[in-house]
Design a protein around this ligand. Structure first.
Ligand code: CA
Length: 737
């Protein structure tokens, strides 16, 4: 049973939060004291970086000028002051409470002595990179209820800094240009083509060659993916590239859509949106003036519903190379033709120069969700390598002649539910890898994390799958997910987390560190011979890059997802990381033993910015262990049928945030621990949006008042099950059906 909850990934939104233990509201996070303290001390050229500076990043190794440090996005720093010998003296220099307990995912940018970064609710901060003093902060005032439109919480992965401006994409779909010196808004555009659809922006904009590039997310709910380039100076739209075809009765927006449309057959994908969102990786390549898009999964996930006549469904799960000036396509490579598993190819793309089969090549590297590590030639997209980097069961291998994966017919889930690896969280998700070009190694935060895939019961019984505008539209049967898991538990592959040093050319592991929990943080490597990673257990660790030995650890008391960065100012090297977990794993929720030492569950999900240096002596407050007692439940009056109905609604609408089987993962309120006061307003919260400002929007468009009562019955029943189990009086079952 321990594996039951340690699975799954990203999934939708949820119902209910409760007053007493609710996280800070959107409006409370970020305090007034943080705002606009800019004075004459601020340099007029603050944040003034341009293409040349980023292209020549090697000449200023102390800075972290763009998202992945340089345009190549290798996240490998040339700094060496913190190295294998000195790392033992690494200590906390300072920290900053970010007043949030939701996931922080951003990569900070460091320009000269200023650090720019984003936190929850798309808020932006500029701080003194030596002292942590706030220079300014900006709150885009995302409406709290927009959180319901986010699959994976109110996260943001970072800003771009360019020519004295800071660019951020907001959860509610705006792209905002700020004055880098003051944080005041220079311009703002609405990037969304349809504000009634559940679009969100969580990814970092990229800026190059006078343009800002931004995509969006939302494929689980049903949207159509696209990327837009805006003029960095004025905010005017320069080009837009759709990643999947739209309504076939309408003209193609650009020629590539004609090619794509030939690969979609039957069905009515455009009503669902088709998916293909570009929510994470957009990489600029100065060698070719190309922008590479990492394109996401299909909507719905299941191809038999999305495109019943078959076809590859371009450009789902693809890497698409566009001319940066015009947005016209140069080439594409599709990692998962006819995606059927939520196998996005949005994972970080890194660029490198590598010798492949005796020839120097300009290559593109990516470890997408599907478990194969791709090495492509950037000039034309030629496939050079596709080795598995984690356990892969959906396909046996990639045929290097055709460039296509060879699917495993035994794991076709259209007739029968199947455990598949990787699951929807991928063998690797957005948590950054790093590339050590000199060593010919990539460091990947990888995982074996299965899902039992099964088609929607409605579809199986009627052949009809109706779009639900207010919920997830995956085509899978999530309402019965706990039952499917319990019924098939004997066959479940064990979820595991890894940090891997992986040779992308040979496909061999140089070393592997196994981590008890699968959902861990991004990676930074350095010429100091170290690989840094924060993990679910709350440990920030420096590993020896040659053998994976842990040389240094620091207990942050908080689980981490964000990648560390490093920078150097006035002869002192720093390592920095944002703490706080959640994101796509909210659905997986609380792990069962033996994976119990999850920091954010044990303590709290402390959103902080931590900065370390050799000789740092600052200390974090030692937190108290969270009281995880489940109160005695009252009103346990429902019938088994009512509870079972509540279970289905819960898993269709609530579990994505509040966790499978009502076991929250630590950053969203655990409904088993609601106070009686909250119980009395349960239906008002769900139906009327009593806590909308916190992100708990009303769900009265998708669940009726009666459905809500059933959900409430189920929540109480599950709470009582787990309370009894904790008291040694129950079996700890996870399902009612
Ligand atoms: Ca997805």
């Amino acid at each position: 049973m321990n594996k039951v909850l340690a699975l799954l990934g990203a999934l939708v939104l949820a119902v209910i939060a409760y007053t007493a233990l609710s996280p800070q509201s959107a409006n409370e996070e970020g305090t007034a004291a943080d705002v606009a303290t800019v004075g004459s001390a601020v340099e007029p050229t603050m944040g003034f970086i341009d293409d040349e500076r980023i292209k020549n990043a090697a000449s200023e190794p102390g800075n972290w000028l763009s998202f992945g440090r340089t345009y190549e996005e290798q996240r490998h720093s040339p700094l060496t002051q913190i190295n294998k010998e000195t790392v033992g003296q690494l200590g906390l220099a300072w920290y900053k409470d970010m007043n949030t307990n939701r996931a922080q995912e951003a990569t900070p940018i460091v320009v000269d002595d200023t650090m720019f970064f984003s936190s929850t609710w798309s808020k932006v901060f500029a701080v003194d990179a030596i002292t942590g003093e706030t220079k300014w902060s900006y709150d885009p005032e995302v409406p709290g209820e927009w959180a319901r439109k986010a699959c994976c919480d109110v996260v943001n992965r970072g800003v771009a800094v360019y020519k004295g401006r800071v660019y951020v994409g907001t959860l509610d779909g705006r792209l905002v240009a700020l004055d880098a010196a003051t944080g005041s808004v220079v311009w703002e555009v609405d990037t969304l083509i349809d504000r009634t659809r559940f679009y969100t922006i969580t990814g970092a904009p990229r800026v190059a060659n006078g343009k800002v590039f931004i995509g969006n997310g939302g494929a689980e709910f049903g949207v159509r993916g696209y990327v837009t380039a805006y003029d960095a100076e004025s905010g005017e739209e320069v080009w837009r590239f759709f990643t999947v075809p739209g309504d076939p009765s309408l003209p193609f927006e650009h020629p590539e859509m004609e090619l794509a449309a030939e690969t979609w057959k039957g069905g009515s994908w455009w009503e669902f949106g088709g998916g293909g969102t570009v929510w994470n990786s957009i990489v600029y390549d100065p060698d070719f003036n190309t922008v590479y898009l990492g394109v996401g999964n299909g909507s719905p996930w299941t191809r038999v519903i999305r495109s019943p006549g078959g076809g590859d469904n371009l450009f789902l799960s693809s890497i698409v190379a566009l001319d940066a000036d015009t947005g016209s396509m140069k080439w594409y490579y599709q990692t998962t033709p006819g995606d059927n598993w939520d196998y996005t190819a949005v994972q970080y793309i890194a660029l490198a120069d590598m010798e492949v089969d005796g020839e120097m090549r300009k290559v593109l590297l990516q470890a997408p969700k599907n478990g194969f590590f791709y090495v492509l030639d950037r000039a034309d997209g030629q496939l050079l390598r596709a080795n598995p980097y984690a356990t892969v069961t959906w396909a046996s291998h990639v045929d290097m002649e055709t460039g296509r994966p060879v699917e495993n017919p035994e794991l076709d889930y259209e007739q029968q539910e199947q455990w598949v690896l990787p699951g929807p969280l991928g063998a690797h998700n957005w948590q950054a890898m790093s590339v050590d070009e000199e060593a010919g190694v990539v460091y990947i935060p990888a995982q074996d994390n299965p899902l039992i895939y099964g088609l929607s019961e409605d579809w199986k019984q009627s052949g009809i799958y109706k779009r639900n505008p207010g919920g997830w539209n995956t085509g899978l049967e999530f309402g019965r997910i706990t039952q499917l898991v319990v019924d098939n538990i004997a066959d479940q592959p064990t979820p595991k987390g890894y940090l891997k040093a992986f040779d992308p050319l040979t496909g061999k592991d140089k070393w592997v560190v196994e981590i008890p929990h699968y959902w861990n943080g991004g990676v930074l490597s350095s010429a100091g011979g170290l690989v840094f990673q924060g993990d679910a257990l709350g440990m920030l660790t420096a590993y020896d890059k040659d053998n994976g030995e842990a040389l240094w650890q620091f207990n942050t008391y908080t689980s981490m997802l964000a990648p560390p960065i490093t920078y150097e100012i006035d002869g002192t090297q720093y390592v920095s990381i944002l703490t706080g977990t959640g994101g796509g794993d909210l659905f997986g929720g609380e792990p069962l033993p033996p994976v119990s030492e999850h920091a954010s569950l044990t303590y709290n999900n402390y959103g902080r910015l931590l900065v370390f240096k050799v000789g740092g002596t600052e200390e974090l407050p030692v937190p108290t262990v969270r009281d995880r007692t489940i109160p005695v439940q009252t009103n346990l009056t429902a019938s088994n049928d009512q509870i079972a109905a509540g279970e289905r609604h819960y898993h269709n609408y609530c579990a994505v945030c509040h966790g499978l089987a009502v076991r929250s993962g630590g950053s969203i309120p655990d409904l088993r621990r609601m106070s009686e006061g909250t119980h009395t307003v349960f239906n008002q919260i769900v139906q009327d949006g009593l806590l909308a400002a916190n992100g708990m929007a009303a769900f009265n468009d998708v669940v009726s008042d009666e459905d809500t009562t059933m959900i409430h019955h189920y929540v109480r029943a599950r709470a009582e099950q787990d309370r009894l189990a904790a008291a040694g009086e129950g079996g700890g079952q996870l399902t009612w059906q």
